[in-house]
Write a protein that binds this ligand. Structure first.
Ligand code: MN
Ligand code: MN
Length: 281
């Protein structure tokens, strides 16, 4: 199964989709390893043409490189870094489909070696635990590990974390809680981010639980009072033209009737459409 309308030709493609089937540290609901194929299946629902952008997605060449599967955390961390590094060094924008959020760490590590990047994470959770359930690297600590790399970090949609996580995250990153976005509006927040992040490009990570469980119930750790899909689309439109790496993580297709994977597939398409625009909308 490949993502709808993707190109068989790696060489001429600007974007490369990689599915990372890994959910070994998931704590509440596992099964995000099934998400890449669930998003691929859902992708056949959509027209190739998008009226808003007036572009046919087939004009934006993107290649689906299939899945890589891991049972072991250390193997995943080292292998994903190698795969994403080679994709990025080939001049492509890697589009990584998780899998649990832990997979974002090697992706960011890969890009940060050869580019001046900042990281924007949409997530209900701070993910600032140093260690979780005995694992140094886990979905619950991915933002902390990214900040350990020394890259600037902005978190959007936050509404859950321990007191210690909030303390450390406030020191190390810029946090926009969902309530703040409700009050000030996503556009104003996004405009502010540009000022903070004095970098060449952005790595954008979407933990699907940033979105309210009413819209995306099939996620590893659902958290009420979330963002709307349209707010996330606005963020994509604004940030994707300056984004050099992107992922969607934490969808657990077994826990809903397909709507979270459908939304994930739509967001991925929107990223490709919006990324082709010269300026953010
Ligand atoms: Mn997360
Ligand atoms: Mn989360």
């Amino acid at each position: 199964m490949i993502f709808a309308d993707s190109s068989p030709d790696y060489k001429s493609s600007k974007y490369v989709i990689v599915g990372v089937l890994f959910d070994a540290t998931s704590s509440f609901r596992s099964g995000s390893r099934w998400a890449p194929d669930a998003m691929r299946r859902a992708s056949y629902n959509f027209e190739t043409y998008d009226y808003e952008y007036d572009i046919d997605i087939t004009e934006q060449q993107f290649h689906d490189a299939g899945n890589i599967e891991f049972g072991n955390l250390c193997d995943m961390i080292s292998e994903v870094e190698v795969v994403i590094s080679s994709t990025f060094d080939d001049g492509k924008i890697p589009l990584t489909l998780g899998g649990e959020h832990t997979i974002t760490f090697p992706c960011v590590k890969a890009l940060s070696k050869s580019a001046d990047i900042g990281v924007v994470i949409l997530d209900a959770h701070l993910d600032f635990r140093n260690e979780y359930l005995g694992n140094k690297y886990s979905h619950a600590g991915v933002a902390k590990h990214i900040s350990d790399l020394g890259v600037p970090l902005v978190q959007i949609g936050t509404r859950s974390g321990t007191k210690e996580e909030y303390r450390l995250a406030a020191e190390r990153s810029i946090i926009y809680a969902t309530d703040e976005i409700r009050k000030r509006g996503i556009v104003q927040v996004l405009n502010e981010i540009e000022g903070f992040l004095d970098v060449d490009s952005i790595y954008l990570s979407i933990d699907m639980d940033a979105i309210d469980p009413a819209f995306a119930p099939g996620v590893g750790n659902p958290e009420p009072y979330g963002l709307t899909p349209l707010e996330v689309r606005t963020a994509l439109r604004k940030l994707s033209p300056v984004t050099s790496g992107f992922d969607i993580v934490e969808i657990t297709p077994d826990y809903d009737m397909g709507m979270s994977a459908l939304l994930g597939a739509k967001l991925l398409r929107d990223f490709i459409f919006a990324s082709s625009q010269k300026k953010g909308v």
